[in-house]
Ligand binder design. Sequence first.
Ligand SMILES: *[C@@H]1O[C@H](CO)[C@@H](O)[C@H](O)[C@H]1NC(C)=O
Ligand SMILES: *[C@@H]1O[C@H](CO)[C@@H](O)[C@H](O)[C@H]1NC(C)=O
Ligand SMILES: *[C@@H]1O[C@H](CO)[C@@H](O)[C@H](O)[C@H]1NC(C)=O
Length: 316
Amino acid sequence: MALSLLPLLGLLSTILLPYAAAAAVPSFREAPAFCNGAACSSHVVHVMMPLDTNYIRGTMAAVLSVLQHSTCPENVTFHFLSVHLNVEISSLINSTFPFHAFKMYRFDPGRVSGKISKSVRHALDQPLNYARIYMADILPASVKRVIYLDSDIIVVDDISKLWGVDLEGKVLAAPEYCHANFTSYFTEAFWSDRMLAGVFEGKRACYFNTGVMVVDVERWRRGGYRRKVEEWMEVQKHKRIYHLGSLPPILLVFAGNIKGVEHRWNQHGLGGFTRGQSVCCIGAAWLRLDSRRPCSVDYLWAPYDLYRSSRVALEE
Ligand SMILES: *[C@@H]1O[C@H](CO)[C@@H](O)[C@H](O)[C@H]1NC(C)=O
Ligand SMILES: *[C@@H]1O[C@H](CO)[C@@H](O)[C@H](O)[C@H]1NC(C)=O
Ligand SMILES: *[C@@H]1O[C@H](CO)[C@@H](O)[C@H](O)[C@H]1NC(C)=O
């Protein structure tokens, strides 16, 4: 079951190829205006997503999918975290969604440099992959709750249903996978150290994926959770306690102490995909579609693809 993470990893590692090398600027179709239904006045949903030039096609599809299925799309605020506050990318988003306002924040990669130890997948060592740990510090104080979404997802239900989850005093809500082999996310060195492994003692710790999370930002800030995650990253630097990137230190802090939400909110794209499921974590769907070797989940993703073409920029 650890395999359920694979689509995500696959995306991260393969997606760096298409635009990065050529500095091609993609162009997107303009999305229509999405208007509120009745009774939306008090409605608000904050969504935070990482924004990386190399994943922009996924981001556009994700945003479209959220808006299209929202009852109150005008009240969904997207907050993007980006290493470079790239004007070209902001205007690309603005022109693709001319009827929607977005907020951009710079994520300073210096915050994690020196804290990232090499993982088994180079792509997971990208600083932006750690940005979710810092979102409570970056978001304005007025934001009390946020839904974090990776850029490789589409949402096929009203996101306000996820937004409305009762956290029951927990800091974080996500789908839990208690049948996944939790042991495999940490090394032998971790499990054989009684002090370290003791962190899970007396808890029913289950794997959860950090690609879809509802976070109580205030509780996160008050509890100093960023620091707690960073402390595990420091342990990792001295003693290899896990193989992957930003996920395990978050599991170390939260596993066994989150609010579980329905699995339909994070359907991994590893086959067996059927209609009616709500969120789908998918691999590099567009690479498979472009090479005319789609798999079944790609047909679900394709309707949200606003991509038109790329032109190679003359200058970088
Ligand atoms: C939701 O959007 C409507 C516009 O349709 C706006 O009047 C209202 O103030 C918004 N609500 C919040 C809480 O932002
Ligand atoms: C894009 O739109 C946002 C408001 O949604 C605005 O703050 C920002 O300046 C715009 N960026 C560009 C490059 O036009
Ligand atoms: C779980 O993973 C560990 C470490 O990778 C392995 O030794 C163990 O056999 C696995 N357990 C099951 C039930 O698959």
